[in-house]
Design a binder for this molecule. Structure first.
Ligand SMILES: NC(=O)C1=CN([C@@H]2O[C@H](COP(=O)(O)OP(=O)(O)OC[C@H]3O[C@@H](n4cnc5c(N)ncnc54)[C@H](O)[C@@H]3O)[C@@H](O)[C@H]2O)C=CC1
Ligand SMILES: O=C(O)CCC(=O)C(=O)O
Length: 333
């Protein structure tokens, strides 16, 4: 028997990330090849003409799983009965800006959308915030949606994880799928800590520690960390626009793993509400290694962190506390 369609919303649906993401979702890469979908597309009123073109293209893709498309500039319509929400719509940074410079412009969007999710979405909706500053936007969104569990609001650091695993694969000269369990700790910002010390590389038929495969601890603590921290800015400098194709792919990876789970012994990084694990501040959205089962994530416990890691975890945690205070001030002003 065929499954009932699920409703999935993508905000910022006329923008550049959505242009790649919508196709991936609609063809079944995220929710599976047996799951029919109704796509809700939210953007702001001036973008309705562009959105009409996106709707035409989705129709012209002739995708069997896509049952209907609901384009709108009304958050009430957009969030009605959705089971999954990709909150992409927000201003992207330009050359020379830090992501937190977007805070005052973007955080108000996430208050409004939190309120709309609270009233209109399914109570078990899974929310992925992509719009920057993603961690703090996710926190604010959750605060304004008190009837939905805090665990259902997550921020995207999967692009950083994918970037980190790609750097290691290139260094060791293996396919990227051979690299696992590289962690992104903290904020999706230049203070994030990409940590390969628990990572593995599949070589000669077995998983070996990434540190042994790389064989260069200095590189893992310097060039590797800095390249991943600054990769978003490097793409902006080259493209004059921020990452879009890779961001869409990462958003799909994040939501697919959240719905389908992670294999035994493997973990992924997600910005989730912090319970203070690993000395992170509580009640900020902090990126941790998580394992996922039956649609629920759990922070992987018991990983040993050395002094170098503790120092970097502290820096990124402090930045998240500052962002939280700034966001609350903007919203309450
Ligand atoms: N977490 C991550 O790893 C990444 C986050 N991003 C962030 O994703 C966001 C979107 O990036 P792009 O798609 O490249 O930007 P874009 O400018 O191409 O598209 C953004 C879209 O959002 C729409 N929008 C603005 N306010 C809205 C609102 N209140 N409701 C609904 N839609 C609204 C705009 O009209 C526009 O169509 C940016 O904040 C960017 O910094 C981008 C890449 C990676
Ligand atoms: O760096 C930016 O602000 C652009 C988008 C992004 O968050 C990223 O590429 O990681």
């Amino acid at each position: 028997m065929e499954s009932e369609p699920i409703r999935v919303v993508v905000t910022g649906a006329a923008g550049q990330i959505a242009y790649s993401l919508l196709y991936m979702i609609a063809k079944g890469d995220v929710f599976g090849s047996e799951q029919p979908l109704i796509l809700h597309l939210l953007d702001i009123p001036p973008m309705m003409g562009v959105l009409e073109g996106v709707v035409m293209e989705l129709s012209d893709c002739a995708l069997p799983l896509l049952r209907s498309v609901v384009p709108t500039d009304d958050p009430v319509v957009a969030f009605k009965d959705v089971a999954a929400a990709f909150l992409v719509g927000a201003m992207p940074r330009k050359q020379g800006m830090e992501r937190k410079d977007l805070l005052s412009a973007n955080v108000k969007i996430f208050k409004v959308q939190g309120e709309a999710l609270d009233k209109h979405a399914k109570k078990d909706v899974k929310v992925l915030v992509v719009g920057n500053p993603a961690n703090t936007n996710a926190l604010i969104c959750s605060r304004y949606a008190p009837s939905i569990p805090k665990e259902n609001f997550t921020a995207m650091t999967r692009l950083d994880q994918n970037r980190a695993q790609a750097q290691i694969a290139a260094k060791v000269n293996v396919p990227v799928a051979s690299v696992s369990n590289v962690i992104i700790w903290g904020n999706h910002s230049s203070t994030q800590f990409p940590d390969a010390s628990h990572g593995t590389v599949h070589m000669a038929g077995k998983d070996i520690p990434a540190r042994d495969a790389v064989g260069d601890d200095v590189w893992l603590r310097t060039a590797f960390v800095e390249t991943v921290q600054k990769r978003g800015a490097a793409v902006i400098n080259a493209r004059k626009m921020s990452s879009a194709m890779s961001a869409a792919k990462a958003a799909g990876d994040h939501m697919r793993d959240w719905f389908n789970g992670t294999p035994p012994g493997k973990f992924v990084s997600m910005g989730v509400i912090s319970d203070g694990s690993y000395g992170a501040p509580k009640d900020v959205v902090f990126s941790f290694p998580v394992s996922i089962k039956n649609g629920k994530w759990e922070i992987v416990q018991g990983l040993v962190t050395d002094d170098f890691a503790k120092e970097l975890l502290d820096v990124t945690g402090k930045e998240l506390l500052e962002e939280r205070a700034e966001a609350i001030a903007v919203i309450e002003a």
